[in-house]
Design a protein around this ligand. Structure first.
Ligand SMILES: Cc1ncc(COP(=O)(O)O)c(C=O)c1O
Length: 400
């Protein structure tokens, strides 16, 4: 490890916590990344559900190189006809259920959420915005306002005042749906809660949420920033759970490893952003042509190689191998998004340092420090899963 680089990292690259992982990356390929000394890590985080098509994906690299050579940034988003944007939007619209056919490209997940919230206010002429407890939607003021209270208070409390007229209801509670009323502009919901520690919806919940929103005229926004682009085994979780929202937010894997976000609505809903005021939501770099080319190449790779057909099997393989270990309390899962529950934060900290030693990159969740994350590239092979589970099981044996 290069000590000068480490010191410069700590001095000049702003930190988000007092204890960064500090693993130097030299290169990455498939399900792995490597340090300059050649130490290999199984990547079970995949940049937090970003690298769905695997590291160093040749199709994505070629698309980036080609587009960078043709043209990069020309003019602010929404003014010029840029083929990678148009093509990607057309493909996303074809994959999402009708009437979701208009994509507004942005740069990140938080920004997609910001745009979706503004669109809902603009469309409904209402102000109340409802989110779910233990929700995470990003770190900008608007997105942070939608972190579920009271749990989200640990993060957002220090930054008040935030957006007014927000409240959080309990995910999966049918009783609390009555708090959505004719005052409500929108309900923002992750179809599978990610940072809550992987909480899939119970049967019928998303349908009931959809019905309640329709009944009172509130827009339903699905945050598919972590679940989109195949993570749960379908291209989008809304397809898996059979519920069509009014707006879908995308980011993370949407850019194929490049920074890209988007929110998608019907043309009718989306068109309200065009006037009164015009330019009410604008972005310089949103839908950067190189990022769109990368996202489109990643989508093509998923489809052409039929990657999604094995996601459920691979998720189940992880679950089967790990579930019977006595240290594992529970496994929560949707496709290749898993939380392995150890029931104790001390145990989690111990396992994390063993993982680091033995070449496993995992993480805990914002609201759940008793479970570790498994969300590898969707391209991980069965053989790699077997090897990886062998290492995880040997680490878990510490608790026997
Ligand atoms: C469900 C969800 N929404 C939004 C975000 C924010 O995305 P970004 O970090 O790109 O702003 C995240 C990031 O972890 C997320 O998991």
């Amino acid at each position: 490890m290069n000590d000068i680089l480490r010191r410069q990292f700590l001095t000049h690259v702003a930190q988000t916590s007092p204890s960064p992982m500090m693993i130097e990356v030299a290169r990455a390929e498939g399900s792995f990344f490597y340090t300059p000394e050649g130490k290999r890590y199984f990547d079970l985080v995949a940049g937090v559900s970003v690298n769905n098509v695997g590291h160093g994906n040749k199709s994505v690299i070629e698309a980036v190189q080609r587009q960078a050579a043709d043209y990069m940034h020309i003019m602010v988003y929404g003014e010029m006809v840029e083929r990678p944007q148009v093509e990607y939007a057309r493909r996303i619209a074809a994959l999402l259920p009708a009437p979701l056919d208009s994509v507004y490209f942005v740069n990140s997940g938080a920004e997609a959420v910001e745009g979706a919230l503004k669109l809902a206010k603009r469309y409904t002429h209402r102000t109340e915005m409802i989110s779910m407890r233990r929700a995470y939607h990003g770190s900008t003021h608007g997105a942070m306002s939608m972190m579920g209270a009271p749990e989200g208070e640990e993060w957002k409390g220090a930054f008040r005042p935030l957006l007014p007229d927000t409240q959080a209801i309990e995910f999966n509670s049918f009783e609390e749906l009555s708090r959505i009323t004719s005052r409500t502009a929108c309900v923002l919901c992750e179809p599978v809660q990610g940072e809550a520690g992987v909480r899939p919806p119970v049967d019928g919940y998303l349908q009931a949420l959809r019905e309640r929103c329709t009944e009172v005229g509130a827009l339903l926004i699905f945050d598919e920033i972590q679940t989109g682009m195949g993570r749960t085994g379908e291209m989008f979780a809304c397809l898996k759970y059979g519920v069509t929202p009014d707006i879908v937010c995308l980011a993370k894997a949407f850019g194929g490893g490049m920074p890209l976000g988007g929110f998608v609505a019907s043309g009718e809903v989306m068109s309200t952003l065009q006037s009164s005021p015009t330019l009410g939501h604008i972005t310089t770099f949103g839908g950067h042509p190189v990022c769109c080319a990368a996202g489109l190449a990643a989508l093509d790779y998923l489809v052409d190689n039929d990657i999604l057909s094995s996601v459920e099997h691979k998720g189940a393989l992880f679950e089967d191998r790990l579930r019977s270990h006595p240290a594992v309390r529970e496994i929560r899962r949707s496709g290749l998004l898993l939380a392995v529950e150890l029931g104790s934060s001390e145990r989690l900290y111990t396992i994390m340092s063993l993982f680091a030693e033995r070449g496993i990159m995992s993480d805990w969740f914002l609201y759940c420090d008793t479970a570790f994350r498994i969300s590898p590239p969707l391209t991980i092979s069965d053989v790699e899963i077997e090897e990886c589970c062998g290492i995880i099981l040997s680490c878990l044996d510490t608790f026997s």
